[in-house]
Design a protein around this ligand. Structure first.
Ligand code: 5AD
Ligand code: SF4
Length: 431
């Protein structure tokens, strides 16, 4: 028998890319490829890229530069570029990087196996009408206690700074019946927690279901103990979804709800179509439904036109909400987006704001972690810890928890009391 070919995948960016990479690995698995962690032994290298900020895009070109020697020594090795940079800059990648054999955009992954077999350089950045996931084979067998499941893709919101509507295309929801089947298959393979993914997941509308409807149906699946979803837009946070947070025990008390800015002027310039007051009102309703919910967000500082006063309004909003964590980004002008035409805020001003905001968020994160000390948490073990007899998993609030548990196994769901906290993890004793 021929030795299996080896596939090395590097994933940049968001969780949807993580999910896509898994599915591409499965598709290539059906073609006889096994995954490797060592790029030097790969027969094929696939870079699954992110275009959201300039720095993320640049990583692709520096990584490709580093692959040049390897490709020169091993010309038969295939180099593929997938993901959002592939979608946005396919032609430029081929022109600048002769070592690249194929470029495949996010909506064409089901065509990857055929592209790998074809002669010559291949590029596919179409937006085909068929659902790529229907044409990507799924692996069987045990696959660990947590999984992502893409339920919705693309975005019609057109925030002025964002490339997603261009790279991932228009918003499309996958049919609920297929998603329920996939969820059941995942559970049969050992999964106990599923995170529903979408660029605008709370806008989900497949086969007459809202996201809340889908969550309620998924919660009926025997053995599926936990559900999460990410990432959401404030304007799609319907009352039924808020009610689900109160009523569906499997839905974890955790919500990532990006707001981007606390200034109404900047929110308007960003085309977010909501105000800071609307967002705060929403947070109030969600906390009323689920008082222990942990909130996280995304922020952009230095958006064109942002004044010190605008920025202080962001700081005020952060103080008013009290987050468990948040991603803070310095604005990055993206080609083709409306905001890229505007005069940028000086870089050093944006840097200073970023530091100030990150300082506040870090303090809030530490306070949220510290507040868990003495509390009982449920932990879903994901892997053994570094110390002997230790297991590591996530709490309901997605906090990493270390538990001393000599007989614990990956996939166990246990109760434990938190004894100490640092910024990124908790220690707890088994109950
Ligand atoms: N510059 C900086 N941050 C951005 N994001 C999206 N586009 C940009 C940009 N051009 C951030 C937003 C979004 C997250 C995924 O990335 O905060 O919520
Ligand atoms: Fe980008 Fe806005 Fe759509 Fe989120 S909602 S993907 S930030 S355009």
């Amino acid at each position: 028998m021929e030795a299996p070919k080896k596939l090395f995948i590097k994933t940049y960016g968001c969780q949807m890319n993580v999910y896509d990479s898994e599915r591409m690995a499965e598709a290539m698995g059906a073609e006889g490829y096994v995954q490797t962690e060592t790029v030097e032994e790969a027969d094929m290298v696939l870079l699954n890229t992110c275009h959201i900020r300039e720095k993320a895009s640049e990583k692709l070109y520096s990584d490709l530069g580093r692959l040049r020697n390897l490709k020169a020594a091993k010309p038969e090795m295939k180099v593929g570029v997938a993901g959002c940079v592939a979608q946005a800059e396919g032609a430029e990648i081929l022109r600048r990087m002769p070592l690249v054999d194929l470029v495949v955009g996010p909506q064409s992954y089901h065509r990857l196996p055929a592209m790998v077999k074809a002669e010559g350089r291949q590029v596919d950045t179409e937006f085909p009408t068929e659902d790529k996931f229907d044409h990507l084979p799924q692996r069987k067998g045990y696959r660990g206690p947590t999984a992502f499941l893409t339920v919705q893709e693309g975005c019609d919101k057109f925030c002025a700074f964002c490339v997603v509507p261009y790279t991932r295309g228009a918003e499309v929801s996958r049919p609920a019946s297929r998603l329920l089947k996939e969820a059941r298959d995942l559970v049969a393979r050992g999964v106990r927690e599923i995170t529903l993914l979408g660029q605008n997941v709370n806008a989900y509308h497949g086969e007459d279901r809202t996201l809340a409807g889908l969550i309620r149906e998924m919660a009926q699946i025997e053995g599926l103990d936990r559900l999460r979803y990410t990432t959401s837009h404030p304007n799609d946070m319907g009352d039924d979804l808020i009610a689900a947070h109160a009523e569906v025990p499997q839905l974890m008390p955790y919500l990532h709800l990006p707001v981007q800015s606390g200034s109404d002027r900047i929110l308007k310039a960003m085309n977010r179509k909501h105000t800071a007051a609307h967002y705060l009102d929403l947070i109030g309703k969600i906390r009323q439904a689920r008082p222990d919910v942990l909130l996280t967000s995304d922020f952009i500082v230095g958006f064109p036109g942002e004044t010190d006063q605008d920025f202080q309004e962001t700081m005020r909003l952060v103080r008013a909400v009290g987050y468990g964590a948040a991603y803070c980004f310095k604005y990055s002008a993206r080609p083709g987006t409306p905001a890229a035409e505007k005069t940028p805020v000086p870089s050093d001003v944006a840097d200073a704001r970023l530091q100030e905001l990150q300082g506040l968020i870090l303090a809030q994160q530490q306070a949220a972690q510290q507040a868990m000390v003495g509390q009982v948490v449920e932990v879903l073990y994901e892997k053994p810890g570094r110390l002997p007899g230790q297991m590591v998993g996530k709490s309901q609030h997605l906090m990493a928890v270390h538990v001393q548990d000599a007989t614990g196994k990956t996939g166990d769901l246990v109760r434990a009391r938190v004894t100490s906290a640092v910024t990124n993890s908790l220690s707890a004793v088994l109950l």
